[in-house]
Design a binder for this molecule. Structure first.
Ligand SMILES: Cc1cc2nc3c(=O)[nH]c(=O)nc-3n(C[C@H](O)[C@H](O)[C@H](O)COP(=O)(O)O)c2cc1C
Length: 188
């Protein structure tokens, strides 16, 4: 698949058929992540891939966040909160959940660069998956259950999960999302 075709065609998919993804394919997709640019080539990422029983454990921790979503009721409204609660309950039956960990960093300037680096790696994962016929969605790591999530993913000391990626074979039509066009300033 052409790179630009993948960039324009990829959409977040949040409902999956639950069928597993071959291990070799997951490895191939994650290999693409490691080619992302990173601050001073620190490659500040580690991918905790959970499937099977481990995915069930992680899913149960993430499902706990449904009880905290009321916090967003003023911003999102009751329907969206209910929808989000249903989604977090089983993460759309995604067979693969990836906890993307980065270094815990006190210096906010460095932490920002790490987050940008991880974002580039996550985009590589989503694009490589899309090119291979696998759907996915990047979602926020629920901060309410941070410690339990770290334990469920087996995150090492000095690292924290900063992003989650769901992968699977999609069973929903992607939503077309309106793109902002007024996002560039040219100076000459
Ligand atoms: C950092 C980040 C956090 C996100 N968090 C969530 C989330 O918690 N739940 C969700 O359903 N989608 C989440 N998304 C997906 C966005 O909603 C989605 O990318 C956006 O609406 C644009 O749609 P598209 O990916 O189909 O182009 C997140 C995306 C990013 C990059």
């Amino acid at each position: 698949m052409e790179l630009l075709e993948a960039i324009h065609g990829r959409r977040s998919i949040r409902m999956f058929d639950g069928q597993p993804i071959d291990h070799e394919l997951i490895e191939e997709i994650l290999d693409s992540a490691t080619y992302a640019p990173s601050r001073m080539n620190t490659q500040p990422w580690h991918f905790h891939v959970v499937t099977g029983e481990a995915r069930k454990n992680v899913g149960e921790v993430i499902a706990m966040t449904t009880s905290y979503l009321e916090e967003y009721i003023d911003v999102l409204g009751p329907d969206a909160v209910e929808h989000a609660a249903r989604f977090y309950a089983d993460l759309g039956a995604a067979p693969v959940i990836i906890g993307v960990a980065s270094f815990i960093e006190e210096d906010c300037n460095v932490a920002r660069d790490y987050a940008v680096s991880v974002g580039a790696a996550v985009q590589n994962v989503l694009l490589a998956a899309y090119a291979k016929g696998v759907s996915g969605c990047s979602i926020s790591s629920p901060h309410w259950v941070r410690d339990r999530l770290s334990a469920a993913f087996g995150v090492k000391e000095g690292w924290e999960i900063i992003s989650l990626v769901l992968l699977g074979y999609g069973v929903e039509e992607p939503h077309e999302r309106e793109r902002h066009t007024d996002v560039v300033t040219y100076l000459t």
